[in-house]
Design a protein around this ligand. Structure first.
Ligand code: SF4
Length: 169
């Protein structure tokens, strides 16, 4: 690994991408092509900009106001090797970690046997917001997601019990 991650952007202090004040990292690259996606510029795997991960982590470490981290996209699962590295480092800083993905939890579990990076990422986050954005299921005012098919999953409880456990309904 070259120590760099490709991002489409960041929000330094967000109040809307999970509880508390969060640093949000938007991954560059997504294959889902959801109809009505409002982040189309994040789809190319060549767009955005590369950042040194250790520098991103250090910048969070020295900012005591940050209480959590959110990985969004794009789809962070397409760079699971990079995001799992970051997740492990942020866990060492006792930060809560949320991750968005266009894959369903079940589709990711089908991949974990062959893709250790996805497994490592799943096991090092607290909350997974899963599934593609579906224009048909778009509901105004949904907390933390755009369409009602997406779930805000308590991934720790889910992985230990084997049953999907929601963080919020
Ligand atoms: S998963 Fe997200 S970024 Fe990717 S196409 Fe769907 S809405 Fe857009």
């Amino acid at each position: 690994m070259d120590g760099k991650i490709r991002l489409s952007g960041m929000i330094h202090e967000s109040l809307v991408n999970g509880p508390g004040i969060r640093r949000v990292f938007f991954s560059q690259g997504c294959t889902h092509n959801c109809k009505g996606c409002f982040n189309k510029e994040t789809h190319s795997f060549y767009g955005g900009e590369e950042f040194l991960m250790d520098k991103l982590i250090e910048d969070v470490r020295i900012n005591p106001i940050i209480s959590g981290i959110t990985f969004s996209g794009g789809d962070p699962m397409e760079q699971a090797d990079k995001f799992s590295y970051m997740a492990k480092k942020f866990r060492e800083l006792n930060l809560s970690i949320w991750c968005y993905t266009g894959y369903t939890f079940e589709a990711l579990m089908d991949k974990v046997e062959e893709d250790n990076n996805i497994k490592e990422l799943l096991y090092n986050i607290d909350v997974l917001i899963d599934g593609r954005f579906c224009e048909e299921n778009q509901v105004e005012g949904l907390k933390y997601r755009g369409s009602s098919n997406q779930r805000v999953i308590d991934i720790k409880k889910t992985l230990s019990s084997g049953e999907v456990s929601l963080y919020i309904e």
